[in-house]
Write a protein that binds this ligand. Sequence first.
Ligand code: G3P
Length: 224
Amino acid sequence: MKIPVLVINFKSYMESIGKRAIEISKIAEKVSEDTGITIVVAPTFVDIVKVKENVSIPVFAQHADPINPGAFTGRVNIENLKDWGIDGIIINHSEYQLKISEIDFLIKMARSKNMETITCTNNIDVTKAIAELAPEYIAIEPPELIGGEISVSRARPEVIENSVKMVENINKNIRVLCGAGVKNSEDVKRAMELGSKGILVASGVVKAKNTEAAIRDLVKGMGE
Ligand code: G3P
């Protein structure tokens, strides 16, 4: 994916499930076409195939289970996502944390299927451990700021700066993203100045009164 990148995580909000998932994705696609900025959408498993059929921007899963295909009731494996053309996977989100062995399995399995992974980390020590696994992207999200009104770039700028430096020392190919509480272009701009290559956002888009205006404003912070 071309950087910078804006990743919209739909989570399981009322405002972003079902038909709304398609509506938001189409708006994201339009903004991406107008501005040239990469916008990724991450709908629920229930909505993901329909979304993929309706837009041409990258569609990521919010999670995948660290399993091979087989007798696993109620779980979703990477093969299944690949079958439907899903472009990538968010791994180890703060709201769905995994063991390091599971993260390793998922990164390797996704890579073998030519799917990109964004692995989330909740602090600097976890970031260090994950960087050794060489995912394409690491997204640092301080959990206490997720869903709040104050962005990571405002409240914890040092977390972004230190993570970027540390990851660079371990593996220059990994791109560091950040998220939590990001609401406007100023938050995004600040994050980019601190070395972030993109943003993960949920409530700032999903709960916005005007979805298109919210996405356009965030993208503006990427210097579109
Ligand atoms: O994955 C992105 C997310 O955790 C950030 O959520 O609502 O703070 O933008 P939010």
